[in-house]
Design a protein around this ligand. Structure first.
Ligand code: ADP
Ligand code: MG
Length: 245
């Protein structure tokens, strides 16, 4: 589904991503982990076209996508969410997801249908899938943090991705919220046959759902493999100092 080959990015004199290579097989759940500042968000921004790499290539379904703008990548099947929540806070929950459908599929030529009914069924289906149907008319900015993250997931799903990149989907959540969010993400990936690539700071989450883990440290890949391989890796254990059991 996705291949990253020898990707580099510096900010001024600071090398944030150094020669990262990784492969995300179609249908897999893959995680990128690493301490704060390891380069995870930068790597996501390079993959999703929000930043331009200094060097290296990104291939989506075998097609080179370097230099393609985020909204065009979205049309090619790549969706994402952000580490900081990214919704329209003054719109309702329903309107946020509906707006995603409108932007993705367009208004069309139907001049008879009222705007509030456009993509109504599709929007309802997404809200049900992410557990927000009973909050459809709420103002989005008033949702709990966990609720806003669920909504963000709904917005990403409305763009009908084949691969979904989630940057710290459980950031700022309580332990209970984290468990629920991860169960939701795992179920959605399975039901919608999504390929998932996510970053995460909670090691419990990572080791419970990822098929494949890449460990970044100071911009470099220091380990890459199955959860068991990564758990046993001495370099990883040094970086995480007992966080991984
Ligand atoms: P992570 O997501 O793993 O915590 P980031 O990719 O956000 O790490 O950051 C990696 C490093 O690059 C950090 O040291 C950060 O300060 C730096 N960095 C990120 N974005 C910029 C930027 N736009 N300009 C300068 N430095 C940046
Ligand atoms: Mg980050």
């Amino acid at each position: 589904m996705l291949e990253v080959r020898d990707l580099w990015k510096a900010f001024g004199g600071f090398q944030a991503v150094s020669g990262v290579t990784l492969t995300v097989p179609a249908g897999s759940i893959s995680a990128i982990i690493g301490p704060n500042g390891a380069g995870k968000t930068t790597l996501f921004n390079l993959i999703t076209g929000h930043l331009t790499p200094d060097r290296g290539r990104v291939l989506l379904k075998g097609r080179e996508v370097n230099g393609i703008a985020p909204h065009d990548l979205c049309r090619l099947g790549m969706g994402r969410s952000f580490q900081r929540t990214n919704i329209f806070p003054r719109l309702s929950v329903f309107q946020n997801v509906q707006a995603a459908f409108l932007s993705h599929r367009g208004r069309g030529w139907n001049l008879v249908t009222r705007v509030d009914r456009l993509y109504r069924d599709e929007t309802v289906a997404i809200l049900a899938a992410v557990g927000l149907l009973d909050r459809a008319d709420d103002v989005s900015g008033f949702l709990s943090h966990g609720g806003q993250k669920q909504l963000e997931l709904g917005i990403a799903l409305a763009l009908e991705p084949e691969i979904l990149l989630l940057d710290e989907p459980t950031a700022g959540m309580s332990a209970a919220e984290t468990r629920e969010a991860i169960a939701l993400i795992e179920r959605l990936a399975r039901e919608r046959r999504l390929t998932l690539l996510f970053t995460e700071h909670d090691m419990g989450v990572v080791f419970s759902i990822a098929h494949h883990i890449t460990v970044l440290h100071q911009g470099r890949v220091i380990a890459d493999g199955s959860p068991d391989d990564v758990r046993r890796d001495p370099g990883v254990r040094r970086v995480y100092l007992g966080e991984i059991r």
